[in-house]
Design a binder for this molecule. Structure first.
Ligand code: 3SL
Length: 234
């Protein structure tokens, strides 16, 4: 039977071989929620960068530049890290170079995986169905915050473990812990997360509507998949 494991922080990636796995990278607040939203609204592709200056340099290659550091839009970039910025019609068919504090770092640390896809609550059911059909075992990589575990990415990992419970076996205790946490939280995730570190951080930026949106399941069927360094619709 296929298995599922959960890497709760990119700093723990050395514990998880990925060469035979489908990796699902998740940064609920807000990087992977933005990626799903952008591709769902017609953006052609997103090239993720760990390094900010490499991302900035893509401007000269006809990419829009986007992302944040510590939650705030990078000076000189075209877009920040709110999903609502990626719904605009004028982004249809465009390419975006994207860098964020944790989400794009987690993608970089997942290199070498058999396959990398992007998860968020916004595409939870689509990702669930995709993983059910796939032949490979699954590793959910939580972007966390600068190496420290966070609740929201863990809840998403738990939602996947719960949805896949009749199809894949948990590899160890991290998927079980995530699943149990999700089952405690699922009735009202906004309330469950109200004291969490990143929600408090984002509240200081006054973006409560981003938090509510990013915690809303199944807004889109789109699954971003990394192909030749670019995220495209799977
Ligand atoms: O760390 C990240 O990748 C971001 O999603 C963080 S923030 O939500 O923009 O603060």
């Amino acid at each position: 039977m296929k298995t599922i494991d959960v890497c709760l922080s990119p700093d723990l990636m050395h514990l998880y071989p990925v060469n035979d796995r489908t990796v699902v990278v998740v940064d609920i607040l807000r990087a992977t929620s933005c990626m799903v939203t952008a591709l769902a609204h017609g953006v052609q592709s997103i090239r993720p960068f760990a390094n900010l200056e490499e991302c900035r340099a893509m401007k000269s290659k006809n990419y829009f530049t986007a992302g944040e550091r510590n939650g705030e839009k990078v000076e000189g970039f075209d877009f920040g890290n709110s999903p609502f910025e990626y719904m605009a019609d004028n982004l249809k068919g465009e390419k975006i170079a994207f860098t964020t504090t944790n989400g794009t770092q987690a993608i970089a640390k997942s290199q070498g995986a058999k396959e990398i896809i992007i998860g968020s609550f916004l595409n939870l059911s689509a990702v669930t169905e995709y993983l059910k059909k796939g032949e490979d075992s699954v590793l959910v990589v939580c972007a966390a915050w600068k190496g420290k575990v966070n609740l929201e990415d863990t809840l998403f990992a738990g939602a996947l473990v719960e949805n896949l419970k009749n199809h894949v076996e948990p590899d160890c205790d991290a998927p079980l812990a995530a699943q149990r946490l999700y089952n405690l939280a699922k009735k009202d995730m906004v309330d469950f997360l109200k004291d969490s570190s990143h929600v408090k951080r984002l509240n200081r930026l006054n973006i409560h509507k981003d938090i509510e949106f990013c915690l809303t399941p199944d807004q889109y069927q789109t699954i971003p998949k990394l192909v030749d360094g670019e995220l495209v619709r799977a």
